[in-house]
Ligand binder design. Sequence first.
Ligand SMILES: O=P(O)(O)OC[C@H]1O[C@H](OP(=O)(O)OP(=O)(O)O)[C@H](O)[C@@H]1O
Length: 570
Amino acid sequence: MTVLFGQFGFCCACYAYTSKFFHNYIFNPKQKCKGSFYGNSLFSKKQSCYFLKRRYLNLVSRHRRNTKIQFCTVKSCLPNNQNINFSEDRRTTFIDFKENGTQVDEDHESKLYQLEEDEDELIQEYAEDNLWETTAVTERYASLDQRDYLISKKLVEYLDVRKNEAQIQSEYPMDKDAILDWWVAAVDSKKFKELQNLYGNFGIFFLENFPDFAENKLYEGKLTPKDKAILKARRLYSCMGVPAIADSLLFVIEPGGSHSQGYQFEQLDDNVDRLLETLRTTSKPNRVTTFYSYVAYCDGERELVEEGICEVDIFFAHSSQASIASSTAFDNLMLRLRTDLHLPAYRPDDEMDVIQNADAKDAALLSKSVYKRQKLPGAVLLADRLLHEADLLQGNLIKVTSFLNHQVDVSLMESCGKDLASLLRDTNPTKILTIETSGLLPAITVSRELGLFMVYARHGKSITMSDCIHTFYRSQTKGELYELVISREYLGENDRVVIIDDFLAGGSTLDALIRLANMAGTEVCGIGVLIERTDMGGRAFLSGYNIPIFSLVRLSVSSEGLRVENIDKF
Ligand SMILES: O=P(O)(O)OC[C@H]1O[C@H](OP(=O)(O)OP(=O)(O)O)[C@H](O)[C@@H]1O
């Protein structure tokens, strides 16, 4: 992975060879996904680190979520032609800043600092600076009526019906300050669906999308794509009085030598692919084509623009690759907005209840907004914690003592309990069965969610227990043989249990619990675990029982570190 600070500021080029996201493009090592910054090329040390981190995290999130990132000290603002090399040990990425091949900090290890520690400060500093990049555009169009530049028939019709902002705002289903945020968009229709789903998780709904903004013939060619994104967002905000997001695209084919001109497109369709097909026969394979995407946000107080760039040799270029640039820009905007607007990861449940109990008129509007909350928020939070806090110990054991099985994040447990409960509810259990010690934590919250008693198997008979069922199992983590005991008083033939545990690894613990339940004549109708180690074969081991197994987070451990496998589903 290479990062360059170039003439126009910061430029991040990523050879994304392991990412599923880039899977289709593995064959072309020259393909790059770039993010760059506008404006002044001089950044403060902290800004550079923060930007770098943001870009890097964005890319890492797609293919190496387990990587911890550390940045070494940047001595000063980076002049042109400096480069930064990433090197990776198993779980840590070190980024060494180099100048013309010479390491800036010989003793860089001692100066490495973990960015997470400084993150708040960096974000604060960054937030204070968030307006600088749109100033130039503001000045350029300050003297003219911006309405003239871009026209949306749909917006005109929309405003014809509503007449004024008050009327638009009267359509809001609820007091937006209290519960919801209503936004509007001027983006590609497919992107709009993604936006609705994504921002819905933050309680943000889109009133309407206006994808038909076009340049007024009078001004055609005078606007850069970045200007267009900003002006569209600004126009929407000024008409509707709610925050607006708008995007625009540019595809550039560089001139192919003295006989072949360059091309620029703002709309991508089959014609572009046909042209590429034709040019391929006469161009050098490495003639550069570039997709640029700009996404702007305007809410009256802030104007933000993010850029995504995807550079592809003509030999491999296809219009579909525009989505790489576009997704990069949208992801970057999302990261900025989450920082700048302090968006919570999820709305608290009581707020969600209000939304779900909306009256008919409100419900209609909500359904129009295709509100979709992530189905398993606990799983997302758990995956996040695993990626940030779990450590690998000798023997590939995963240490999660900071939030799961020593110090416990109870609210995380509650969220996970809700998720497991929703996955297991349909199995119609009458009781929850678990095992001491760590299994108790998720089991308690699942029991509460389902309104059922929880019974836990004990490591040895207590003096108060009579009429017990015993079995033995070997703990893979500790390598020791354990007795497992349960009292017949609380588990019988009339019960159906779901078994809850924190981990499924080799499966011997769950096997013992199933055997225990079977001895009591109790049917096991489902199994729910927080974390499944797919590299340890537990699911296969238990498959003979034909009991449905639900796990919130599936992960594996290899020489590359810890890898969450179902992250795409979150
Ligand atoms: O699928 P397996 O290979 O059986 O491993 C999973 C079990 O290992 C852990 O328990 P541990 O024995 O470490 O005890 P604890 O609950 O007291 O932490 C975990 O809580 C599971 O119960």
